[in-house]
Ligand binder design. Structure first.
Ligand SMILES: C[S@@+](CC[C@H](N)C(=O)[O-])C[C@H]1O[C@@H](n2cnc3c(N)ncnc32)[C@H](O)[C@@H]1O
Ligand code: SF4
Length: 440
């Protein structure tokens, strides 16, 4: 697997390392109070996961259950409140701590009604994250309703609303099982602008069945009419156990690599011309966006507290979560078990990945290289007593990186190949575990 080889360009979207398919049981389970007592605790991030959607989109392998029954959503929120109380006690046991960012994602958080969404936000506060820190809430075209947006922005103080649009062409949405109509999208975007968060983020996808250069240009133009402060352009991946994955190659849903590369270049150019700056392979930010807009992740060592079933938590050396599944039965069973957990079970990490020194170093290398900031060479040296250029895997990427002051960054070509660059830096252990993982 060589990132310079065009045949292996679309390997993995690396937004975390190690990938959750490398997680396994942690035995014996680790006590959360002890785990978090050892951490730097002045810049924590809290992520609350709502694992429910209106329907499962054809491409989606996220941890979510479509069309949940009303009592199930209530049971979920009840369990979340129990988890929050336990996690808060574990944090308090280690002394002072402070949150600096929050996010509510999914699934579709705005599938919750306004009262339920308010309770979810109150739980973010209850774990210790104050109003006034940056907070992002995810939504979808049919559920971005004014009452829910008012709860998120006015009551909750969310300064970023992120909406998955994917395409402004009805046929393209239908081809990937998205229930939305173009009218819904426009109504939702207007409602978000009316609610007034500082940052509107729009997710779009390229490589969709039936999508052409012209229809991709038109979707981007339609999104640009709202001048979103941020745009994410995702190349379509067809993954196992998703509806598209099950349809398989016969149905012609597997996007062609060459087509994705062309649509990427075209989209990138269109956004740069419209005044956006490229932050990563997928992310573009309006150059004129205010300083507060979408501050990106700025320290590799910040801890993340995940709340809810499907959320991950990160300390420096331990990443943990509940289990993961994509198939309907697997997801349902994991949520059932999670709701039935006694309080004590939320006080430990029993499923995840323990990172040794080498894995911690790789994580730093991969995430900073793929991010906006690039790899701060002095900070890396101070933390790992080694020079990043001594890493043989990185040496192999020399043609795709450039030194800019004290930082090592991906070149434009490196950014375009980020989904091959990240995986090229995975350890053997992580690769093996990912290959052995049995998805349900
Ligand atoms: C957290 S997800 C979903 C957000 C929200 N639930 C929605 O779909 O409206 C963020 C984005 O990842 C992208 N995405 C998810 N699965 C994908 C796949 N298989 N290939 C490419 N992009 C994908 C979609 O653009 C999606 O909006
Ligand atoms: S893409 Fe978003 S709305 Fe669709 S199933 Fe996945 S999480 Fe739900």
């Amino acid at each position: 697997m060589n990132p310079l080889d065009d045949a292996s360009r679309y390997q993995h979207y690396v937004y975390a390392y190690p990938h959750k398919t490398a997680y396994r049981r942690i035995e014996p389970a680790l006590d959360l109070a002890e785990l978090w007592a050892r951490e730097r605790r002045d810049h924590l991030f809290v992520y609350l996961h709502v694992p429910f959607c209106e329907i499962r989109c054809g491409f989606c392998n996220l941890f979510t259950q479509p069309v949940p029954e009303a009592d199930r959503v209530e049971a979920y929120l009840g369990t979340l409140a129990r988890q929050v109380a336990v996690v808060r006690r574990a944090l308090d046991a280690g002394g002072v701590f402070a949150f600096s960012r929050a996010a509510i994602g999914g699934g579709t958080p705005t599938l919750l009604d306004a009262g339920q969404l308010e309770r979810a936000i109150d739980l973010v506060r209850a774990v210790g994250a104050p109003r006034g820190i940056p907070m992002s809430v995810e939504t979808s075209p049919e559920t971005a309703l004014p009452d829910r947006l008012a709860v998120a922005v006015q009551h909750g103080g969310a300064d970023r609303i992120s909406i998955g649009v994917q395409s402004f062409v009805d046929d393209e949405c239908r081809a990937v099982n998205r229930p939305q109509r173009v009218d819904d999208i426009h109504r939702a975007l207007r409602a978000i602008r009316d609610a007034g968060p500082a940052t509107l983020n729009v997710d779009l996808m390229y490589g969709l069945p039936g999508q052409t250069a012209a229809s991709w240009r038109a979707s981007l133009a339609a999104a640009l009419a709202y001048r979103p402060e941020e745009l994410y352009l995702y190349p379509l991946y067809v993954r196992p156990l998703t509806t598209l994955g099950r349809k398989g190659a016969r149905a012609g849903v597997h996007p062609d690599d060459a087509a994705r590369v062309e649509l990427y270049e075209q989209g990138r150019e269109q956004l740069l011309e419209a005044g956006y700056r490229q932050v990563s392979m997928r992310m573009f930010r309006l150059a004129a966006a205010g300083a507060g807009a979408g501050a990106s992740y700025c320290c590799q060592e910040d801890g993340m507290i995940g709340l809810g079933c499907g959320a991950r938590s990160y300390t420096r050396a331990v990443h943990y979560s509940s289990e993961w599944a994509v198939g309907a039965r697997g997801v349902r069973e994991i949520i059932d078990r999670w709701i039935a957990k006694p309080d004590d079970a939320f006080a430990v990490a029993d499923y995840g990945f323990v990172l040794d020194d080498d894995e911690q170093r790789r994580r730093w290398l991969i995430l900073s290289l793929l991010s906006d900031e690039g790899l701060d060479v002095d900070a890396y040296r101070a933390r790992f007593a080694a020079d990043p250029v001594d890493d043989p895997a990185l040496a192999q990427l020399a043609a795709l990186t450039t030194r800019d002051g004290g930082s090592l960054r991906l070149t434009a070509e490196g950014l375009a190949r980020a989904d091959a660059v990240g995986p090229a830096l995975f350890s053997e252990q992580v690769r093996r575990r990912m290959a052995e993982y049995e998805l349900s």
